[in-house]
Design a protein around this ligand. Sequence first.
Ligand code: BTN
Length: 324
Amino acid sequence: MAIKDDVLRALLRREDAISGSALARELGVSRSAVWKAIEQLRGEGYAIEAATNRGYRLSSGPEALTLPEIGRWLRPGPIGAEIQIYDELDSTNARAKELALRGAPHGTAILARRQTGGRGRFGRKFFSPEGSGVYISFILRPELSADRAVMLTSMCAVAVARAAECAADGGIEARIKWVNDVYAGGRKLCGILCEAGLDFESGQMQYVVAGIGVNVGFMDFPPELKDVATSISNECGRAVARSRFCAELINEMNALYPQLESGAFMDENRARSNVIGREIYVLRGKERYPAMAVNIDDGGSLVIRTAEGELRTLRSGEISVRFR
Ligand code: BTN
């Protein structure tokens, strides 16, 4: 961790001021390194007062996505034991895949403050501006056969929904649109893109990259997204910190991951569904047909009834629903 992060953590821990030399002693670094770190933090927007004879005091911090800020809410666990934060990446999923192929351990989390080529499902782009979103990819190494892969997406959706409600202090109700979107107030606030590396011999997944993009801070959406997208802050009406959301997400991932085999989280996934019992359209390539969403089974598949009365099980694919 950079000295800057250690200095920030030390300032966050106390209400009162601390002198540069005391900070330097505490961290085992030089006074000039402390001074440089303070300047860097100010450059990032932290308001750090420096009173003669009293030292430094953090008077306010921006909604910064940094390790020390995340660490304030993070509980230890295998997921997020290693967190890498980048100012900019093309796509956190792409970076996570590279690292997975180079042997990065289970649970590694890759975060970017902005993405220049954020990827959505079906080759779409994912709007990833700076300052308000959390763009995170987890490298996971589950012992799961490829046909159970959808369980991971279902698990991530529950983790995002819980984390969003917790970070908003209960100010929103998060719903899951099968299989990879999380909604609030009838608009989308998160998309999930899970990509896997397969071992063809065993049919087992070598690794999964679970990519999660969440709108957290207050956001103004471009006209084409205004009616369909929202953010946690927009919905609860107050500024929710990205670092807090991020930590809660990792905490929930750690809580839910041990249930991957049993699928115990599927009851909650169903309870949070905003599609069960609704008229939907199933979109398959160029095909589009109406159906009724009947249920989500324990394997994470959507059970639908077609207009002809036939029951079908969709393991993946896309559906559209009119929420507003
Ligand atoms: C979708 O809505 O179609 C899924 C969007 C997934 C976006 C996230 S942002 C973090 C990770 N990196 C990417 O390039 N995509 C995922």
